[in-house]
Unconditional design. Structure first.
Length: 362
């Protein structure tokens, strides 16, 4: 608003009111034409300082103080430094150390000058000095208070922007980890199985390479979808991988998988989280668990979808620091108000249990 038309019109109105209220009558009552002419010039200088207060925040209050002080000396104004106070406000908004020193020194010099010079009496400098001190002090304090409010508001805006950027980066890291990590895990496991199979023939090897190529192309398509989503301002690839496809990939990776997957009727955000949980759990089974068998169960309750993935691998080690995949899986679930636990099973292996709500809490 400093350079906008409404701000300029406000300053123009303030200058007109100050001149009419505090300068016109003393100028008419001036004894000499020379004094009246000098007073008119000083009034014009004060009005110009009021209009230039945003463009010249340091010079404008100094000019207003000097012009009003001279006018006091020749008795051509009754302005109790309201014009100076009006001009001082933009300077008080500045938060620099130099600005504070200049503003405080200007106020101090003005008050000292007012107390030492001029006329005395009930309408003299003493009474006007009190009014001037009140006006200037109020303007300076209001400017400082507004500057601190603006600074706090800007800091809050920056914090919100930084938090939003951090959330987008975290979401992007989760998507890249889940999409690329899962695909590479399955490809690596399938290649390892093909390499270690005894007496593998050319046809079997060709079929395995074809499957690996298919999965690599699928992963590339998912990465491209993620890039398009990021360019469009989203932080996810936009679609949930079907659970049967995830199970099939785990089986190709050498793990026997039994399933109990019910038909679920859930919103897109819930389906995406369920898919990512199953995807990451199966990726961990392939990469870390050294398991030969796992069970995937997905069923829908009243207002949530439950996911359970059990394996017979090496088990969950207590106190082990969770990796990127587990952290991302927990962030996804808890981000929409759900819960996730990863525990060791009594019979050996690991259990991943997630509760994913179908309605996101506000």
């Amino acid at each position: 608003m400093r350079n906008a038309l409404p701000s300029w019109l406000t300053d123009l109105g303030a200058a007109a009111v100050l001149v009419v209220v505090f300068w016109v009558q003393p100028l008419r009552a001036a004894d000499e034409a020379r004094t009246a002419a000098a007073g008119a010039v000083l009034a014009a200088v004060v009005a110009a300082a009021v209009l230039a207060r945003w463009r010249c925040p340091i010079l404008a209050p100094v000019i207003a103080v000097l012009a009003t002080g001279i006018a006091w000396a020749v008795n051509v104004t009754t302005d109790p430094m309201l014009a100076a106070a009006w001009c001082l406000y933009p300077l008080a908004l500045r938060r620099g150390v130099l600005t504070r020193i200049i503003g405080s020194a200007a106020v101090l010099v003005m008050l000292i000058a007012l107390m030492l010079h001029g006329n005395t009496g009930p309408t003299g400098v003493d009474q006007r000095a009190v009014y001037a001190a009140l006006a200037v002090g109020a303007s300076w304090l209001l400017g400082h208070a507004e500057a601190r409010r603006l600074e706090a508001s800007q800091h809050a805006v920056r914090q919100r922007a930084e938090a939003g950027q951090a959330r987008r980066q975290t979401a992007m890291a989760r998507e890249v980890h889940d999409v690329v990590g899962h695909a590479l895990s399955v490809i690596g496991a399938e290649a390892d199985i093909s390499r270690n199979l005894p007496g593998v023939g050319a046809s079997e090897l060709r079929a395995s390479l074809t499957s690996i190529e298919h999965r690599a192309r699928g992963a590339l398509e998912e990465v491209q979808a993620l890039v398009r989503a990021l360019r469009a301002g989203r932080s996810d690839s936009g679609g949930a991988t079907p659970l049967p496809q995830l199970v099939a990939a785990a089986r190709v990776g050498g793990v026997e998988v039994t399933t109990r997957i019910d038909q679920i009727d859930a919103p897109e955000h819930t389906s995406l989280v369920v898919s990512r949980v199953v995807q990451e759990a199966l990726s961990n089974v392939i990469r870390h668990a050294h398991a030969s068998h796992c069970e995937v169960a997905v069923w829908q309750e009243d207002r949530a979808v439950s996911v359970r993935v059990d394996d017979d691998g090496c088990g969950h080690v207590g106190g082990h620091r969770p990796g990127t995949g587990l952290t991302g899986m927990r962030e996804r679930v808890e981000g929409i108000g759900g819960s996730l636990t990863v525990t060791g099973r009594l019979e050996g292996g690991t259990r991943v249990l997630a509760w994913v709500p179908t309605e996101v809490a506000s």
